[in-house]
Design a protein around this ligand. Structure first.
Ligand code: AMP
Ligand code: ZN
Ligand code: FE
Ligand code: FE
Length: 284
């Protein structure tokens, strides 16, 4: 059984609609995928329905934007009840922060002599309530300033880039609590990517387990070296954490992240599904 628990659609910053994503998962020989769009559950229903028709199991997921010690942490939530008010409100707050930072990024680009408008960015985010830097990148590509998203991140939008602007992030511990209160399972996505190894050390993860009941960590990810995957796997085992893997597929928006390039073991998926059932999470 081939299981990919980390994918994005055009309901956040991926380039395939949820239906097309499921179709591509079928072509890629996957049996199970989780749709984990950033800070929204809006694509879940379409993906689950497409999955039913095409014979792919779709696990409802989300990738929540959180922070720990000044660092961005992407928290994957599986099986969250979309009608849970607390979680819905926090995601709405995060999405407002996403949109509110766009004018600041545009102003910084303007200082560099690059003229794109708020509407140019929003035109790239049609169908997505969750506007992100990839949409700004797409606007730069559409304006002929950059060739692809990658180049826009490397030159302007990365955390040290000249057009980078911070946004609101939910504290990590609170994110875990919110996912649990919505009946879901909380797993830290790519914990050691993008400098996360400095922040998400064994003591911090251990505290997240003891204080918040963190369920797991994503070990198999394109942005972890094989060596780090070994270390994370050992550490996760010692802390009693579930260990998962996923492609972080974004369609054409990200190279080297083909569907199914990283996968989760069936035993881990079974335990995730068992926990969702026990906690009364999303029924699917
Ligand atoms: P934001 O949500 O606005 O903070 O933007 C972060 C998103 O940008 C994440 O989903 C990443 O997958 C994506 N991203 C980061 N670096 C790159 C890159 N070099 N090329 C394409 N997408 C990227
Ligand atoms: Zn993304
Ligand atoms: Fe992420
Ligand atoms: Fe992701």
């Amino acid at each position: 059984m081939r299981i990919d628990l980390h994918t994005h659609s055009s309901v956040s910053d991926g380039t395939d609609t949820p239906t097309r994503l499921v179709m591509k998962a079928l072509t890629a020989g996957l049996d199970v995928i989780a749709l984990t769009d950033h800070d929204t559950l809006d694509g879940i229903q379409e993906a689950v329905e497409a999955g039913r028709r095409m014979g792919i199991r779709v696990i409802p997921g989300v990738e929540l934007s959180t922070r720990q010690d000044g660092h961005t942490v992407h928290l994957l939530g599986y099986g969250c009840d979309p009608f849970n008010q607390e979680l819905a409100e926090e995601m709405a707050r995060i999405r407002v922060g996403r949109t509110e930072r766009i004018p600041g990024m545009i102003a910084r680009l303007g200082d560099l002599g690059i003229d794109i408008t708020f509407d140019d960015v929003m035109a790239q985010a049609v169908g997505s309530p969750s506007v992100g830097r990839p949409h700004v990148a797409d606007a730069l590509v559409a304006a002929g300033v950059c060739q692809a998203r990658d180049e826009a991140f490397a030159k302007y939008l990365g955390p040290k880039g000249p057009a980078y602007v911070k946004r609101y992030l939910c504290p990590l511990g609170r994110g875990i609590d919110l996912i649990h209160s919505a009946g879901g399972v909380a797993i830290i996505g790519h914990p050691w990517a993008r400098g996360g190894d400095e922040v998400l050390t064994a003591p911090v993860l251990s505290e997240m387990v003891s204080k918040h009941g963190l369920d797991g960590i994503e070990v198999a990810h394109q942005e972890h070296s094989l060596h780090d995957q070994e270390l994370l796997s050992e550490m996760g085992k010692r802390l009693g954490l579930l260990r998962t893997g996923g492609s972080d597929y974004h369609g054409k928006g990200k190279v080297n992240n083909d569907l199914g390039c990283q996968t989760t073991r069936e035993t881990a998926l079974r335990e995730i599904l068992r926990r969702i059932r026990t906690r009364g999470g999303a029924n699917f």
